[in-house]
Every structure is written in C-alpha cells, then in structure tokens.
Design a protein around this ligand. Sequence first.
Ligand code: HGY
Ligand code: MN
Ligand code: MN
Length: 412
Amino acid sequence: MDNLRIDGDRLWQSLMDLAQIGATAKGGVCRLALTDVDREGRDLFVRWAEEAGCTVKVDAVGNIFARRPGRNPDLAPVMVGSHLDSQPTGGKFDGAYGVLAALEIVRSLNDLGFETERPVEIVAWTNEEGSRFPPAMMGSGAFAGEFRLEKVLATKTVDGPTVGEELKRIGYAGPEPLGGRPVYAYFEAHIEQGPILEAEERPVGVVEAIQGIRWYDVTITGMEAHAGPTPMEVRKDALLAAAKMVEAVNATALAHPPHGRGTVGEFRIMPGSRNVIPGSVEMSIDIRHPDADALAAMDGELRSALERICDAAGIDGRIEQIWYSPPTPFDAGCVAAVRRAAERVGEPFMPITSGAGHDAKYMAQVCPAAMVFIPCKDGISHNEIEDATPEDVATGCAVLLHAVVEKALETT
Ligand code: HGY
Ligand code: MN
Ligand code: MN
C-alpha cells in the first residue's frame, strides 16, 4: 500500500478540462441538471471512464456507474463519486471534484497495476443540486429508495419539462434498475463549501456527519390593486408580508446558534409590475441544523411566524415542506478508514460536520459511507469564484485513494 499515489497534475487538468463545459464569464460553471451542458459533461466523464478501462452503466434516473473490476467479481463494489451537475452560478469544484478524484483513483490503480479484491465503482449522481428540479440529491435518493421512480420522472421544472422527458432527450434514461444491489462501502470527496478547514489550516476534513435540511415552498396571497389610488391602510400587499417572512426565516436561524441556518433563495412576485400592488409571492425556504430537535423547533417557529404575519395583514399564507433530510451520522468504520488514510498521507486533518447536503447522505442509508473534505478559498461555494488549490485537490484525492483501497481489499 506504500507505493500508492495519485497524479495530482492529471487530476487538476481533468478538473480544468471539465470546467470548460458550461464555463461562465466569471470563471465558474453552469451545468444545470439534465440540460445539454450537463449531457456534455456526462459524455466527457463516460469517455474518460471508458478510456480508463471501466465498464459504464446508467440507471433509470441517469446515475452513471463506471466499474473497475477487482479480483473477485462476486464481491459487492466499493463505490466512490459525487455529482457533475452544478448551480446556475456554480463553481469548478462542487461535485466535479468528487467524480474526478474517483476517476483519478482508477487511473492511478491502473498505472500501478494494482488489483483490488472488490470492484471499484465510480458514480456520477443525477441532479445533486436540486436547483432545476427539487429536491436535492435526487439521483442518490432514488438509488437509495428514498424517492419513488415514478415521482422522480414526473418532477417538473418551474415552467418546463419533466425529469423523465429531459433524461430521454439527453440520452441518459438508462436501462439499469434503480438501486436494490449491494454496495460494500461508499466514499465521496468534496470541497467543504464553508470556512472552517481554511481557518483551521487543515487540508483534510474527516467528515463525521451531515446536518439536517428542510425545504419549503411558501405562497402568500393578498390582493392585486392599483399602486396609486389604493390607500396604504387598506392594502393586502403580499410582498410586504413576504418581506416580513424573510426576516422571520433569518430570525429563526439566529435563534438556534451557532449552527442554525435559514435561507430564502427563490422569490417570485406576481404580477411583477411596478404600479400594481403584488397580489401573490411564491418563495422558497431552506433551514438547516445538525440536531433534529432543533430543526423541528425551527419548523414550528416558521409556521407560527407565517400565521402571525398573514393574520395581521388579513391575507392568506401557505407553507408546504417539500423535502426533509434528517441529520445523518456516517459509519464509524468508514470514518476511521478516512482518518487512517489521512494519517498515512501525513497532512493535518480534523473532524468536521458537513453544512451542505451530499449524495453520501443517501448512500449512508444503504451502506457504510464517509466523506473527505478539502478547503475552498474563503469558504465560498455555490458561486462562480469558488476555488481550491492544486495541492489540496491532490491531498484529498490521496486520502480518498487510501480509504477506498483499504475497503476494496477487504473480502469479508
Ligand atoms: O443544498 C446542498 O446542500 C447541496 O449543495 N445540494
Ligand atoms: Mn456538491
Ligand atoms: Mn452544491
């Protein structure tokens, strides 16, 4: 195992080559799930995986599996990967790093002529971001049995096609059944997407858990009216109530320090004319906390806030929870494998809880799973300026390699 090493330059070049697909003017990427640009990124990954001798299969929701054989084809594989889709103004590393680090592991094992007992399977999950088609982690959630295939395929964008239609259109409605097969262990490398590792000067994060997430759709309905003749005291202004709800989301997060998080990322005002009092507002809410009880308390606080705000204004407010991802601890055995790998690589590391959701969350429901984090510049992600260093990218991949190989050599 001591001769195990990866080629950091090759990994960095692959990251930069992939980043050309969907490249944005500010240096980021826009590869929204199941768009033509996503297809281009998928096709490039499939070509690279096949060039590395992998057998590539695609399942019914477009998850891509690239298998490197081990000595014993009957043993369940060690899976390693992440996602290729991005946010609308995403960065070069979110998701792509985990998929290409996994590819670099396969390329390096090939270079070394290193045989594992178990197959090693690279995976690129469909629609991890949930930006174009909520919820997030859709492909891995479907694989893990969290989301029914029919519901996933019928999911529509705000004003467009369904997941099923887009999968067919881009040629990734695969023949493989959805999940239901044994996976021995799952590993994922990812940028932290927060400031902790950089601040603590630790190139490696040994991820022990993922915090809980709740997503909501909120609709606030008042009365459209003329902006001129309508006196202030008789208005039923949906936007004014929605603005107070944005404040309430922020207040709920701040009421559960230090880990509480609350975000309103989507906001649609109808009819959206400057001389019409807004009749309705549709808004998204994303709240997070590592503790399930705290997250449940935040849920209650949001619902009471909406009731209070809308009652006071004499208008209607509806809140629907569309997704709940409970706080998820990772498997102690896999976390220990990552820690041993970090010790072997010899770079400073620390335990960390993930603030972001990841596909590893759903894989943790079907097999032992763990993650490796590396720092990103100023902790910024979901932003075109997202950045990481070639050194950290290589270090994280080396840690991933040792953890994956340790598990892929286990026969029982
Ligand atoms: O929302 C998340 O945490 C992830 O980036 N999909
Ligand atoms: Mn991600
Ligand atoms: Mn993301």
